[in-house]
Design a protein around this ligand. Sequence first.
Ligand SMILES: Nc1ncnc2c1ncn2[C@@H]1O[C@H](COP(=O)(O)OP(=O)(O)O)[C@@H](O)[C@H]1O
Ligand SMILES: [Mg+2]
Length: 224
Amino acid sequence: MIVLNGVTKKYGKNKVLDDISFKVQGGEFVSLVGEAGAGKTTLIHALIGAIEIDKGEITVDDYKVDSLDYNKIQAYRKRIGIVFQDYKLLPKKTVFENVAFALEVAGYENDFIKERTVSVLKLAGLENLRNNFPRQLSGGEQQKTAIARALVHAPELLFADEPTGNLDHENTDSLARLFQKINEGGTTVILATHNRSVVDQLKKRVIRLEKGRIVSDKENSGYN
Ligand SMILES: Nc1ncnc2c1ncn2[C@@H]1O[C@H](COP(=O)(O)OP(=O)(O)O)[C@@H](O)[C@H]1O
Ligand SMILES: [Mg+2]
C-alpha cells in the first residue's frame, strides 16, 4: 500500500506539491493527470525516492520513502519498476539483451535470466523482435522494451511518467492495453500522463493535479 500524507515540495517560492494526501491499495491502477506544470513528474520523483520533500510522509509498504538512506533506497528500487518518456535503451544491445541486462548485473543464473526475460518479452508482445536492435524498432516497440526491462525483476509496483509522450496514436493505444495487462497480472500501476485517450481507454482511478494540489480523485473515470 502507498500512503501519502501532507506531502509538500517547494522549488524556491514555488509550491510544486501542496499538501498531497492519498492512499493506493496493492493491485490498483491510478492515473495521475493534469496540465503541464501541475506537479505530476515531481510527485513520481517523490514516490520513487529521487527527490526530498519539504513536509509530509510517503510510505510504500514497509518503506518510509521520504527518509530512506542510500542502502534502503537501493532495496526499495528493487521492489519497483520505473518507465519514463525517454526509453534510454542500450543501442548496441538487442531487445533480449536490453531486458536481460538488469538480471545479469544482479548476478542471476543464466537459465533463470532466460526464462524470466522470455516471459516478460511475451507479455509485452516482443518475442518476435527479441534479436532486433533498438534502431530496428518503432517508438512503440522501443517503449515496450523499456517496460519489459522495468518488469523483468517482477516488481510489485510500476511507476510510469508520460510513457506515451513520444508515440503516435496507434502506439499509444497498444501501450495502454499493455499497462492494463500488467495491472491484471497483479502489479500496482501509477501512471502520470496528460494523454486524454489513454486515460479514457483505461477507465480506472484518476487523480487530477492542478498547481500542485489534488482537485479530484475518482474511480472508473475518464480523463475529465
Ligand atoms: N528541479 C526543479 N527546479 C525548479 N522548479 C522545478 C523543478 N522541477 C520542476 N519544477 C517546477 O515544478 C512545477 C511542476 O513541474 P512537473 O512536476 O514537471 O509538472 P508536470 O510533470 O505535471 O508537467 C513546474 O512549475 C516546474 O517548472
Ligand atoms: Mg511531467
